[in-house]
Design a protein around this ligand. Structure first.
Ligand code: SF4
Length: 345
């Protein structure tokens, strides 16, 4: 597998073959695959996985370039969420072990400093809530101001569903990007969450986009969705045109309703990453949680050579990720530069 873009379509490409068609449509013309085409990719035999990952990598290199965006995340408020997302150990409705806790502003600033030291350009402040209340909004405002005074980094937030007033407040605070995941296909969402709707999430995303913030929206694969629904989800995301898509794989957490689901097989996870890249040729596609359990130690390398172009450094929200140095060493080994702050403004 090479790390350079292959920009030549094979002469007389067989367009009855989905990868030949994708080479022409996505790699050459930059047009993402449709829902039906994504499904064909997801249904490919495992023996075509290497070829698929190479194509996804070529598409990423051609339409995004070699830079990899590095982001750190910090949980301002953990656990005790009133919602019932069946995968989430931060829901207060399940017998999962994550207790409700807040971190203070000095700890937030310290985490931003440590994140910036890794070369990361984004620092995302996350809270386990349905949506922010006044207390959370004022904590976020104070945190952002304190970080701004000491650290040169772009700030993202993930605070659940927003009102228009809250969207405007966050935009005025200078929040660069807002994360709100659709989590899964619209048709599968009621099997995953019952306390709010997919459409409510979509509404927040539209307001965020209209206020001029970048939209970060992804989800979790391996929550019992069919391949058809996984393709539907890719098409849903493509319609939203998010700036960033974080892809998680379900890491079944004890005590949650999805605690007994099987982990996605590695080949299926990699096929899915590549298929999402072919649906979203220009987006920042980020490996978020669950890759260690699905893909093991080699997961980062396989992902970054199979369509991924952004990583989260350090700890995830409730489970340990890999230490930042491992990922940063890997990028150096692959000669992939970390995206610089001034390139992202
Ligand atoms: S995913 Fe978010 S909204 Fe859902 S239970 Fe977890 S913290 Fe709450």
């Amino acid at each position: 597998m090479t790390t350079t873009a292959d920009t030549t379509a094979p002469a007389g490409a067989d367009t009855s073959d989905i990868l030949a068609l994708a080479r022409e449509q996505v790699l050459e013309r930059g047009e993402g695959l449709t829902q039906e085409q994504v499904l064909q990719v997801l249904q490919l035999d495992d023996e075509r996985l290497t070829e698929l990952m190479q194509l996804a990598h070529d598409v990423r290199m051609r339409w995004c370039g070699p830079e990899v965006e590095v982001e750190g995340i910090i949980s301002l408020k953990t656990g005790g969420c009133p919602e019932d997302c069946h995968f989430c150990s931060q829901s207060g409705l399940f017998a999962s072990p994550v207790r409700s806790a807040w971190i203070d502003i000095p700890s937030l600033v310290e985490a931003a400093k440590q994140t910036a030291k890794t070369g990361a350009t984004e620092f995302c402040i996350v809270a386990a809530v349905r949506g922010p209340d006044k207390r959370l909004m004022s904590q976020v405002a104070a945190g952002i101001e304190a970080i701004r005074n000491e650290v040169d980094i772009q700030i993202a937030c993930s605070l659940g569903m927003l009102t228009q007033e809250q969207v405007d407040e966050l935009a005025a605070m200078g929040v660069h990007r807002y994360n709100h995941n659709l989590e899964t296909a619209r048709s599968h969402f009621p099997n995953v969450v019952t306390t709010h709707t997919w459409e409510e999430r979509w509404g927040t995303l539209r307001m965020v986009r209209d206020a001029g913030m970048e939209v970060c929206c992804g989800g979790i694969l391996g929550m019992g969705e069919t391949l058809e629904q996984r393709a539907e989800f890719a098409a849903d995301l493509a319609a939203l045109e998010p700036d960033e898509v974080p892809l998680n794989f379900l890491n079944p957490r004890p005590g949650t309703p999805f605690g007994d689901l099987d982990v996605l097989p590695a080949s299926e996870a990699l096929k899915s990453v590549a298929a999402f890249r072919l649906a979203l040729p220009r987006t920042i596609l980020r490996f978020a949680g669950g890759r260690e359990i699905t893909l093991g130690d080699l997961g980062a390398k396989q992902g970054i050579l199979g369509g991924i172009n952004a990583v989260i450094v350090g700890n995830y929200l409730t489970t340990l990720g890999r230490p930042a140095e491992n990922d940063l060493d890997l990028l150096a080994d692959l000669s992939m530069p970390i995206k610089a702050l001034n390139d992202t403004l």
